[in-house]
Design a protein around this ligand. Structure first.
Ligand code: DGY
Length: 464
């Protein structure tokens, strides 16, 4: 596919930013490097790993974004990425967060032998998987691939054949993860939120008592491969293992887990992705002549529950809901802002969300937008994983939401800040949001040659 990338400067139409302050990037070079990362660094022949050193298997929502990246220059690989991912789908529709196509790799915990998916009826026989899921982005990724290749008979055929797999995933979430039939799916593990050690979970996980013997001995590798000060703590990992053990005991059955798990959360990002993906399936259904009545019913209820239940007026934002303790986790955090992409907020609430993002950009200490956690909170840590840094896929989602509501200036600001960071600091996993600090650094944080960083760059530049 031929793609014309004009030489350009990423400018925003943000009125209070002067053009001289705008980052100058070389989009052609960035696009080429992003392509190389996907085709040379992270491609494993049939699927993509997030980062060869740190995450050596196929990850769920990472591969969703990667398929979008491939769709800009290689539709075959985009389709193969999704196909290989869904080889890990369970009979009940659950799509695991890791698919262990290769057993040979050492140096990742928890690897294939930990989860024991092969002992769970309905888990795939041909491949080992984890037992938890991740944000359901696949509906809107499928729509993206369709929209980029709508004239290709092959792609249309693929999308039509793939549609039921995504539908089955959504059906699983409504059937097994929504005990009160509210239209909001719960997660039972922080990893399923995609935002592992977000301060969102800190208070909740403090209440989980771990007694000696509750968890098996285990060995971490992540903090040997990346700077430990940028990774979750040992206590975080004990909690992750405790909740995985609980899942394993119940063969990862959502209904049984709901009765026992101390961590049972209706997350903002997770449900916003479900709603946006429902919408994408409805759009695809209209294009391809597929009846989507069931999806429309789900989505009407999910949108209403999200708007009614997850909004916290005192914060002026949405917040996850802790089902066991029956309260909001009332902190300001980036997941809430992805509700814009799902088209959930009224125009009035959308304006409130947008204004907050603008105040971040205007702060005297100088932040790139948008940090993953509230910089005014004492726990904010601009270096540590989900406690503050800028994450590529999150900023892509925030950009899409702002754009959807017509906040073009703020949207472009999010995009240009992100591209500027990658241009200066490389294709890393996450980045320091403080301008004065990041500008002195030589690289970003966490893993390098990161596949979804490349994918997001490809999409941003192709659509500029
Ligand atoms: C990790 O290993 O850090 C992952 O986020 C778990 O999926």
């Amino acid at each position: 596919m031929f793609l014309f990338i004009p030489a350009m400067t990423i400018f925003t139409d943000q009125p209070n930013l002067h053009r001289s302050q705008m980052p100058q990037i070389n989009p052609k070079q960035l696009f080429k490097t992003a392509q190389e990362i996907l085709t040379e660094n992270t491609w494993e022949g049939r699927y993509t790993v997030p980062s060869p050193n740190l995450y050596p298997y196929q990850w769920n929502w990472d591969s969703g974004f990667v398929a979008m990246g491939f769709a800009h220059f290689d539709a075959q690989r985009a389709m193969l990425e999704l196909e290989s991912l869904f080889e890990g789908q369970w009979e009940n529709g659950m799509l695991p967060h890791i698919i262990f196509h290769s057993k040979k790799r050492e140096g990742y915990f928890p690897g294939p032998s930990y989860w024991e998916s092969n002992k769970v009826p309905g888990a795939p026989k041909a491949v080992d998987t984890s037992g938890i899921t991740q944000p359901p982005v696949h509906g809107f990724i499928l729509e993206k691939i369709f929209n980029l290749h709508r004239n290709s008979e092959e792609v249309r055929g693929f999308v039509k054949a793939f549609f039921p797999k995504v539908l089955q995933l959504h059906r699983y979430l409504y059937e097994y993860r929504d005990p009160q039939s509210e239209g909001l799916a719960f997660i039972f593990h922080p990893w399923a939120s995609g935002r592992d050690n977000s301060p969102l979970w800190d208070d909740l996980v403090k209440t989980i008592p771990i007694k000696p013997g509750d968890i098996p001995p285990y060995k971490r590798y992540d903090n040997l491969k990346a700077d430990p000060s940028e990774r979750p703590s040992d206590r975080d990992y004990d909690i992750y293992v405790y909740l995985m053990e609980l899942g394993k005991r119940h063969q990862y059955n959502g209904k049984a887990i709901a009765k026992e798990s101390p961590f049972l959360v209706q997350d903002t990002l997770f449900n916003a992705m479900l709603i946006r993906s429902n919408e994408a399936l409805m759009n695809l259904g209209a294009e391809l002549g597929i009846n989507t009545r069931e999806i429309q019913d789900w989505n009407t209820q999910s949108r209403k529950s999200f708007e009614d239940k997850l909004w916290v007026e005192a914060l002026g934002t949405y917040a996850p809901y802790d089902l066991q303790n029956e309260k909001h986790i009332a902190l300001r955090e980036i997941g809430a802002y992805t509700a814009l992409y799902a088209g959930v907020p009224s125009n009035e609430r959308a304006e409130v969300l947008k204004e907050y993002i603008e105040t971040l950009a205007d702060r005297p200490e100088g932040f790139r937008v948008m940090p993953s956690f509230d910089p005014d909170h004492w726990i904010f840590n601009p270096r540590k994983y989900w406690k503050g840094p800028i994450w590529p896929q999150m900023n892509w989602l925030v950009y899409q939401g702002l754009d959807r509501y017509g906040f073009k200036g703020t949207a472009n600001h999010v995009k240009s800040d992100f591209l500027d960071l990658v241009d200066k600091l490389g294709f890393h996993e996450y980045f320091d949001p403080r301008k004065s600090v990041a500008d002195q650094l030589e690289h970003g944080y966490g893993g390098d040659h990161f596949s979804w960083t490349a994918a997001v760059v490809l999409d941003f530049i192709a659509n500029s």
